[in-house]
Write a protein that binds this ligand. Structure first.
Ligand SMILES: Cc1ncc(C[n+]2csc(CCOP(=O)(O)OP(=O)(O)O)c2C)c(N)n1
Length: 738
């Protein structure tokens, strides 16, 4: 085993000097490492090359009945004495433990299964948490959680009060850096390594594990560039599994190939004819060495590939590149990681491993989305427990509307940053492949790319989750708004998102967009309004515009007719262009009411506002409640706001966003226009509370945030001097900074 690659590697390096001349021409992708078609009790996944699965694999899929080795691991210290064979058995038990746990909670399965061996190897070789292991995105940390003392809590994964679905510093000392958004790991690891070096803790190692998706983000290159400049000994493990973008999110979504050219590039580095010839030569030269060195070199055979492809991008960035290595092969992975750990010198290292997403669980391997994110499922059959939605999602209403518009206008293009399934852009892409751009996990680039397209006369719809657009804030201002370039931002998942928790809530877009001059910001209250607003932003050619809507299902005909007074027999086929900056009144306060309340809502909380209004009027014949839908935050319908303020005693604003958003724009206008001067009008903005709302069901989160119908009703009751109908008084408490 090469305990000191600083001795063995230079031998090989010398041998291979000049190898760059033999750089292989790009070749076909080698077949990925593969699991057994079905796993039986106590059997390890076979390493035999797989037959390509054309038919769904047949179960039953069963894991080991007992987990003797996993039972011994309370912390990573417990697995240190394990032999490689024992580590393989541990990985097998860990894989099935992960499958069983996620089958009961739902979660990110495919990515976790792909890194089981890597997780075991890292905890064997490195000394976490003193050696921080930083998982990029950290959706693949379930095996890490199980090995680091959280096995007994896996049944609470992503549930209220339970384990987070991501790495979280406050959850465990082994989660050295939290995440949820991608491409932060190398910067964080470099920062930590720099701290160790400054503090004289030279024995420590910082390791970033980053996928071929996450490495499409620009920050990775900023960090790598800086790492070499700093002569840092940071370690980067590049987990290359060939899935960059997420085909998840819509039931019809198919698989998506890599959106980045890097993944394809690294795949081509391997297995070309000249390369194979070269390796044979290298092997025969190797035979001239003493036996121990031969063995060491054989163990790190994969190193040779790195030398052959000496001109790789990573080496240009100043990294010592090793790979590609089979990331499921513990026989190689452990000694290679030991070599990386024990190396001398002051150079950052990048170890390139090839893995298979969903590895070891045939239904996940077979599925086009590799079970990236799954609901609860039956382990034996792989069948997911999907409760069919009765109404379409807002995402699909958007996608269908955009498809209709694009059918008549060839200048309409759609952009996604690695989220084709989640944003509905996959659907658009199937219809208009040439007008669809998946740019990888590169939100900043997506926005400026769209700005460039707009500058040359295209009509870009740039669909990015609200939370991920945070990444591209300056691009929205500097590249779009200042230049008045008409990019249409479609912000999906605006508001509370449920089990992904705080890193994924779309809480801030109203606040961060509202303060930018020269941008239009709107939020539909229902699916008909969404259709109308897609048509409206399509028609806005003089400014950028942003349209935000939440995760989840639309209301459906029955509720639309009942709550909002529509008289629809079926959904309209297409939307109409709305007047920009004009809201609408949904219901008027009952005539002759003694106490008059106005609820002004922006977005889909409107349904709750109507429910609350009905309850208030029903409970007291002297109370009248008007409900209005603001539709636009920018430009604000000041005429409507002014009228509501003048004709009511109480004005409550409701939105699914943080402080600083719609309610503040209303208050600002009321204050500046003097409508608060006499002190008669009682105003209450209902916004998300000033804290991070933890993972839970979306419904539970609305309750916690105080944005359900009951809370709206209660806020009005309090202002009317009536008794609370809820145990918690009102949502609109002043924000505090803890
Ligand atoms: C900034 C940002 N944009 C988008 C996402 C959504 N997202 C989560 S995982 C993922 C793909 C990650 O691919 P990769 O890094 O290769 O990991 P894998 O799931 O393939 O193991 C994406 C796009 C995100 N988490 N962060």
């Amino acid at each position: 085993m090469p305990s000191h690659p600083s001795q063995t590697l230079p031998c090989l390096a010398l041998l291979l000097a000049g190898a760059n001349a033999l750089l292989p021409a790009p070749a076909a992708l080698p077949s990925p490492p593969h699991a057994s078609a079905s796993a039986s009790a106590h059997s390890l996944p076979s390493r035999a090359p797989p037959p390509r699965m054309l038919q769904p694999p047949q179960g039953p899929f069963v894991g080991p009945r007992t987990t003797p080795l996993l039972d011994m691991v309370r912390s990573p210290q417990d697995l240190k004495p394990f032999t490689i064979n024992e580590l393989k058995q541990l990985a097998h038990e860990l894989r099935w433990e992960t499958i069983n746990a996620v089958s009961k909670t739902g979660g990110h399965l495919g990515s976790s299964l792909g890194v089981v061996e890597l997780t075991v190897a890292l905890h064997k070789v490195f000394n976490a948490p003193q050696d921080p292991i930083i998982w990029d995105v950290s959706h693949q940390v379930y095996p890490h959680k199980i090995l680091t003392g959280r096995r007994h809590r896996m049944h609470t994964l992503r549930q209220a009060g339970g384990l987070s679905g991501f790495a979280k510093r406050k959850e465990s000392e082994y989660d050295n850096f939290g995440a949820g958004h991608s491409t932060t790991s190398i910067s964080a690891a470099l920062g930590m390594q720099t701290a160790f070096e400054l503090q004289g803790r030279h024995e420590r190692h910082s390791i970033a594990v980053i996928g071929d998706g996450a490495i499409t983000g620009g920050m990775a290159y900023e960090a790598m560039n800086n790492a070499a400049y700093l002569n840092s000994r940071v370690i980067v493990i590049y987990n290359d599994n060939g899935q960059v973008s997420l085909p998840t999110g819509t039931p019809s979504a198919g698989g998506t190939g890599p959106a980045g050219s890097l993944s394809a590039y690294t795949a081509r580095l391997i297995a070309s004819k000249p390369f194979q010839n070269f390796r044979d030569t290298a092997k025969s030269i190797n035979k001239l060495f003493p036996k121990e060195i031969q063995e060491a070199n054989a163990k790190i055979d994969e190193y040779a590939r790195g030398f052959v492809s000496g001109g790789t991008l990573f080496e240009e960035l100043g990294f010592y590149y090793i790979g590609p290595v089979d990331g499921h092969d513990l026989d190689n992975l452990v000694p290679i990681l030991e070599s990386v750990r024990d190396r001398g010198g002051n150079q950052p290292v990048l170890l390139h491993i090839k893995t298979q997403k969903g590895y070891g669980y045939p239904p996940a391997e077979f599925a086009s989305d590799k079970y990236h994110g799954v609901p609860k499922f039956d382990v034996a059959t792989g069948k997911k427990q999907v409760i069919p939605a009765k109404t379409p999602s807002y995402t699909s209403v958007f996608a269908d509307t955009l498809i209709n518009i694009a059918a008549t206008d060839r200048s309409v293009v759609a952009i996604t940053a690695a989220m084709p399934g989640g944003t509905g852009i996959d659907k658009f892409g199937r219809r208009f492949p040439k007008r669809t751009f998946d740019v990888g996990i590169a939100e900043q680039h997506a926005v400026t790319f769209a700005a460039g397209q707009a500058a040359e006369g295209l009509k870009p719809f740039c669909s990015i989750y609200s939370t991920f657009l945070q990444r591209a804030y300056d691009q929205v201002i500097h590249d779009c708004a200042i230049q008045k370039l008409p990019v249409r931002f479609i912000l999906d998942r605006a508001g509370l998102v449920g089990n992904d928790g705080p890193t994924h809530h779309g809480s801030f877009d109203l606040a961060y967009l509202g303060c930018i001059p020269d941008i239009v910001v709107c939020a539909p209250s229902d699916e008909v309004e969404l259709m109308n607003m897609v048509h409206t932003v399509y028609s806005i050619d003089s400014l950028p515009s942003a349209l935000r809507y939440p995760r989840g299902s639309a209301l459906g005909l029955e509720k639309l007719n009942d709550l909002f007074g529509y008289e629809l027999e079926e959904m309209p086929e297409k939307g109409t262009v709305l007047p920009v900056g004009k809201g609408r009144v949904i219901r008027q306060a009952r005539a002759g009411a003694k106490s008059r309340v106005a609820i002004l809502s922006l977005g889909t909380r409107l349904a709750c506002a109507v429910t609350a209004a009905r309850a208030l009027e029903e409970a007291d014949g002297k109370v009248g409640v008007t409900v209005a839908d603001a539709r636009w935050m920018k430009p604000l319908d000041t005429e409507l706001v002014g009228k509501l303020a003048e004709e009511h005693d109480i004005l409550i604003t409701v939105e699914e966003g943080s402080i600083g958003g719609f309610g503040d724009h209303v208050l600002h206008f009321l204050a500046l226009s003097g409508r608060l001067d006499e002190g008669k009008l009682k105003v209450r903005p209902m916004v998300l509370p000033d804290k991070y709302i933890e993972a839970a069901g979306q419904g539970e989160q609305y309750e916690e945030a105080g944005l359900s119908a009951g809370f709206i009703e209660n806020t009005a009751r309090k202002l009317l001097g009536k008794q609370s109908v809820l145990s918690a008084p009102v949502a609109a408490e002043p924000p505090t900074i803890a």
